[in-house]
Write a protein that binds this ligand. Structure first.
Ligand code: NAD
Ligand code: UDX
Length: 462
């Protein structure tokens, strides 16, 4: 099975960068990324890409117009392809059965129906989206029931493990590529065809092939384990604050045990992003559906602890500011869910800001990459009224403008530029006492204290 032409449905944070990397590494394959969102497609075809990722501009520039194309002509792109990645959104369902936990698979289903309608001959369909285990069965059933008699399909699972902010490095040099397929001669040939694409730049021993269900499930489990580490260290951050221990020292001490390892032990105001919460809730729902309530409850705690971490941070701010933030200006540094991305999905900043606004604080928010519109939309989305946004939310163009006249400075994203802030200047600009609440431990606690700030850093006992 030789692949000459690839189509990817979904030009989002995964589809765009992943296809750009494949096109850049496989100049002999035509790669077309198709999406109905014309604004997004236009942006992919422009100099200002819709996704901010360090190094992505160069990868796109190396292939766009040669063998990388972005289009809204979805049907034509699917019809022309030998292999189709489905990289559409799979958000948490907000209605009906499984609301708040199950994955909403309507975009996956509509993609499968569209593929069935326009396909002739043989095509390989690859699940790139993160989906519940057994989704490949549903896709196969839809394809079989809606396609013409001469169309045939193999369905593979190939979950994506890139993290935002490091997507290009992760795609260029992944820990592993996972491909699940059916254990039939046709299934094996389809797996081999996909393996040969990745093998253009990734050593074979890092390309793992499994059965379909192991591959689908592994993606949810990987994210659940990563998020669990963050909730574990965040739970310890509260104990550190209560006892005088320092969570970073504890993390270093335990992380040097090679069985534990040092990564993903950074205490924070909570994890965010479009994946962790959604995928754990999806796992919880799967466990409930398969009659495993104890397993479901175990994983649900990871999300509960994360919610508690955000709300206890807000409580700390309000209590420290003499039990009221009413009418007080608070400088908020960082709104993205992590550094080096413009993505704000499920960012802890959204919930911290919402709760401070409920206490009638005035917020001056600065983020180097997130647009003012995105910040306002996110706050409106979690129920902050348009009036409150208009009167109590100011978007600042730099950290110093945000800090001017503020009672408190709050860091919510670990942008590198916050590590080199001119702290004496910030101190002079603020009202006294000048409070700092460092939700990412990016500021030097010793410098803050020496300068006269009243500081609280996540996980640092007094
Ligand atoms: P996204 O919302 O950024 O992009 C999805 C895109 O799919 C949208 O632009 C939407 O318009 C498009 N779309 C929906 N239905 C379509 C259809 N029928 N045809 C063509 N386009 C269609 O989502 P994302 O962050 O790229 O995530 C996509 C999937 O990858 C999700 O399942 C997610 O869980 C998974 N994932 C995301 C990340 C991440 O870091 N964002 C990492 C790994 C896996
Ligand atoms: C995650 C997974 O890492 C990736 O493999 C998967 O494909 C998609 O989901 P992403 O959400 O993009 O990637 O970023 P990640 O680096 O995992 O960070 C997620 C959140 O956890 C961020 O809010 C980050 O600030 C937070 N985090 C991460 C911590 O609070 N502490 C840590 O030690 C690591």
């Amino acid at each position: 099975m030789k692949i000459n032409s690839i189509c990817c449905l979904g030009a989002g944070y995964v589809g765009g960068p992943t296809m750009a990397m494949i096109a850049s590494k496989c100049p002999h394959i035509q790669v077309t990324v198709a999406d109905m969102n014309a604004q997004r497609v236009d942006a992919w075809n422009s100099d200002v890409l819709p996704v901010y990722e360090p190094g992505l501009d160069a990868v796109v520039a190396s292939a766009r117009g040669r063998n990388l194309h972005f289009t809204t002509e979805i049907r034509a792109a699917v019809a022309a392809a030998d292999l189709i990645f489905v990289s559409v959104g799979t958000p948490t369902k907000s209605y009906g059965i499984g609301a708040g936990r199950a994955a909403d698979l309507r975009y996956v289903e509509s993609a499968a129906r569209l593929i069935a309608e326009v396909s002739h001959g043989h095509k390989i369909i690859v699940e790139k989206s993160t989906i519940p285990v057994k989704t490949a069965s549903a896709i196969k059933a839809i394809l079989a029931a809606n396609s013409s008699s001469e169309a045939t399909f193999d369905v593979l699972s190939n979950p994506e493990f890139l993290a935002e902010g490091t997507a290009v490095a992760d795609l260029e040099n992944p820990d592993r590529i996972l491909i699940g397929g059916e254990l039939t001669p046709g299934g094996n040939a389809a797996v081999e065809a996909l393996v040969s694409i990745y093998a253009q730049w990734i050593p074979r021993q890092r390309i793992l092939t499994t059965n379909l269900w192991s591959s689908e499930l592994s993606k949810l489990v990987a994210n659940a384990f990563l998020a669990q580490r963050i909730s574990s260290i965040n739970s310890i951050s509260a104990l550190c604050e209560a006892t005088g221990a320092d969570v970073d020292e504890v993390a270093s001490a335990i992380g040097m045990d090679s069985r534990i390892g040092p990564k993903f032990l950074k205490a924070s105001v909570g994890f965010g992003g479009s994946c962790f919460q959604k995928d754990i809730l999806n796992l919880v729902y799967l466990c409930e559906s398969f009659g495993l309530p104890h397993v479901a409850e175990y994983w649900r705690q990871v999300v509960h602890l994360n919610d508690w971490q955000k709300s206890r941070f807000v409580e700390k701010i309000v209590r420290t500011l003499f039990n009221t933030v009413n009418n007080k200006r608070i400088a908020v540094l960082g709104f993205a869910f992590k550094k080096d991305t413009n993505d704000t999905r499920e960012s802890p900043a959204i919930y911290v800001c919402r709760d401070l606004l409920r206490e009638h604080a005035h917020l001056a928010i600065y983020d180097p990459r997130v647009s003012p519109d995105a910040i306002r939309n996110d706050l409106a989305h979690v129920g902050v009224s348009p009036e409150l946004i208009a009167t109590n939310v100011e978007i600042s163009t730099n950290p110093y403008a945000a800090a001017a006249g503020a009672h408190a400075l709050v860091t919510l994203t670990e942008w590198d530029e916050f590590r080199t802030l001119d702290l004496p200047r910030i101190y002079d600009l603020m009202l006294k006492p000048a409070f700092v609440f460092d939700g990412r431990a990016v500021l030097s606690n010793e410098s803050l204290t020496a300068l006269g700030f009243e500081s609280f850093v996540i996980g640092k006992g007094q």
